[in-house]
Ligand binder design. Structure first.
Ligand code: MN
Ligand code: MN
Length: 273
């Protein structure tokens, strides 16, 4: 068993890969920056519900995958295999991207372990492109690949504010439930029946809260609203990723600290419910 993981553990895993980014590189350096923020000493490791990730043996860092130099399909296959190994132990996986292309192999591994998997996808972009200039593995495509290749019960997208005609067609074709920013309400209650995978793209937040991303898209969620979403949706959270931090655009490491906050809140929820 890798890293001696046990059932109920939460396994942190860094995925330093950004070769599928369409606009800027940088997210490959995110896992290290998020860990630095988490362990900077500026804050403790206690989540808001009182779960102290620093005081439990169950919160385990399994390091970064060796995907940085890989090209094409190879890193995608490696990510899926390494995710599958970790969750086969009964541990729950919290992955730090990387650009959003890493979500496809991560979700594929979870969909093979958990039947009738639901996905909560928080993002300013629907990421449903059939193909981008950089190919079908582009970071604007992962949820098209997921819906084509994985037995997903329900995909719910929150924070969306860049829906174009092609992606609208794709959303209709795959039966995606899109809650766009125009229709956002802080009282929104999302309920899932069964296991849930959470994929959190930091550009869902307004750039005022999270400037360290490649694609600034104004009009987004606040940090508090995303934390409330993490706390309040109904369903069994079984795995998650936090993607698209671009340290090259992150003054004072502000966005890395936002990501570290989400690590604590998601980590606590993965551990307790
Ligand atoms: Mn995305
Ligand atoms: Mn995005």
């Amino acid at each position: 068993m890798p890293h001696d993981l046990k059932p109920g553990d939460v396994a942190l895993m860094g995925v330093p890969l950004d070769l599928h980014s369409s606009f800027l590189q940088g997210p490959a350096f995110a896992p290290g920056r998020i860990r630095e923020a988490l362990h900077s000493g500026a804050a403790n490791l206690t989540a808001e519900d009182g779960t102290d990730l620093g005081a439990t043996e169950r919160f385990r860092d399994t390091g970064d995958l060796d995907v940085f130099e890989m090209r094409g399909q190879e890193p995608i296959d490696r990510i899926e295999a390494e995710a599958a190994k970790r969750i086969a132990t009964g541990a729950r996986l919290l992955s730090l991207g990387g650009d959003h292309s890493v979500a496809y192999p991560l979700i594929k591994a979870h969909a093979e372990k958990y039947e009738r998997l639901n996905i909560l996808h928080i993002d300013s972009h629907p990421d449903l492109y059939d193909e981008q200039d950089i190919g079908p593995l582009g970071h604007g495509c992962p949820f098209a690949r997921v819906m084509e290749n994985c037995p997903i019960k329900r995909l719910v997208q929150v924070g969306i504010r860049t829906m174009n005609a092609h992606q609208r067609e794709q959303a209709d074709k795959f039966g995606v439930q899109v809650i766009d920013m125009r229709n956002w309400s802080p009282d929104l209650q999302i309920s899932f029946d069964g296991p849930v995978y959470l994929s959190l793209d930091l550009d869902a937040l307004d750039p005022a809260f999270a400037p360290g991303v490649s694609h600034h898209e104004p009009g987004g969620l606040s940090t508090r609203e995303v934390i409330n979403l993490i706390h309040r949706f109904e369903g069994q959270l079984v795995g998650a990723d936090i993607v698209e931090l671009n340290p090259h655009r992150d003054p004072y490491g502000m966005t890395a600290m936002v990501a570290a906050k989400f690590v604590k809140e998601i980590g606590a929820r993965l551990m307790t419910r």
